[in-house]
Ligand binder design. Sequence first.
Ligand code: NAP
Length: 344
Amino acid sequence: MTKGNAFVLGGSGQVGRAAVRALVADGWEVTAASRGGARDERWPEEVRTLRLDRTEEGALAAGLGDGCDVLVDIVAYGGGHGRQLTGLADRIGSAVVVSSGAVYEDEEGRSFDTQDRPDGFPAFPVPTREDWRTVAPGDTSYSTRKIALERELLAAGDALPTTLLRAGAIHGPFCPGPRELWFVKRALDGRPVRVLAYGGTSRFHPAHVDNLAELVRLAAAKPGSRVLNGADPEAPTVAEIGAEIDAVLGVRSEFVLMEGEPAETVGLTPWTAPHPIVYDMTAAERELGYRPVVSYAESLPETVAWLTAHLADRDWREAFPGLAKYGVDFFDYAAEDAWLKTRG
Ligand SMILES: NC(=O)c1ccc[n+]([C@@H]2O[C@H](COP(=O)([O-])OP(=O)(O)OC[C@H]3O[C@@H](n4cnc5c(N)ncnc54)[C@H](OP(=O)(O)O)[C@@H]3O)[C@@H](O)[C@H]2O)c1
């Protein structure tokens, strides 16, 4: 007896690989779909892979065939993708869809969309609950599209019970844009210092792929229309993350803590922000019985080993396009050295 058929759209990505593993282990018959149709070597043989591009007319419908008991959609980005799923509701028992914590907006209307403006970074309650206010749905940004996706799917109600997971800063093996590289590469390059803005206190709640996969597994077994945050049991500061990564790599470095904001790229990490981003996980605990399967520190050795091997001798932008897309040179050592010199 299996639990049923699970169809994972985006199965070969960092979250998909972990979600497929968790679902198979829980007794689901899993199809992992992606454009390339890649499979993870840790998946058991019975996982079926499928090449499918969701943007091609009719491709998802054809891929679903007679349908599935649960659809896990990891690469849904807007109202259009929401309608794509609701349009197939007669063939999908329930859905679990990855959204983002980027949908939240603070009391002054600031969100990730305003972060590049002067004083534009949002100040959220710590921790932020799912019933906190969000940006308005639209088609103008990643955040507005994600909330449009959420609204579309929640409006379907019982026709397509959907759990939306608002993920934090995702990390783990196969990450296309690993924030951890900021520390890992410095350690590998023998840099003696870690310069951190805002006194190293920035916090951007991480979400390990295995914890997200656990949320997927639990939500798949308990369909419902709901929104849940998806994050790790702890939200370490950037200085704590750096110390943990140094420890994994067996290096010691000096942490130079800048007061206030970065000096252009100096002190700027992918977690750096003037206000903390911490997600409340009590709703997932209450509604799904969620218990995290791994802590940030426990997960690091595997991630660091994967990052190091994947980077190899390549340019970091080539190895990690998901980090390069920010358009920031996170490894401008010349600027860092020049700034350090000005301190005497
Ligand atoms: N990174 C973060 O910190 C963060 C934070 C919050 C939320 N999120 C959300 O996390 C999700 C991304 O998950 P991830 O990090 O696991 O992504 P990922 O590692 O980039 O993997 C994406 C997966 O989707 C497949 N794919 C991409 N386009 C497709 C298409 N048109 N049709 C079918 N398959 C397609 C990819 O394989 P092919 O290339 O072979 O198609 C791959 O399997 C997004 O919903 C994002 O908004 C990310």
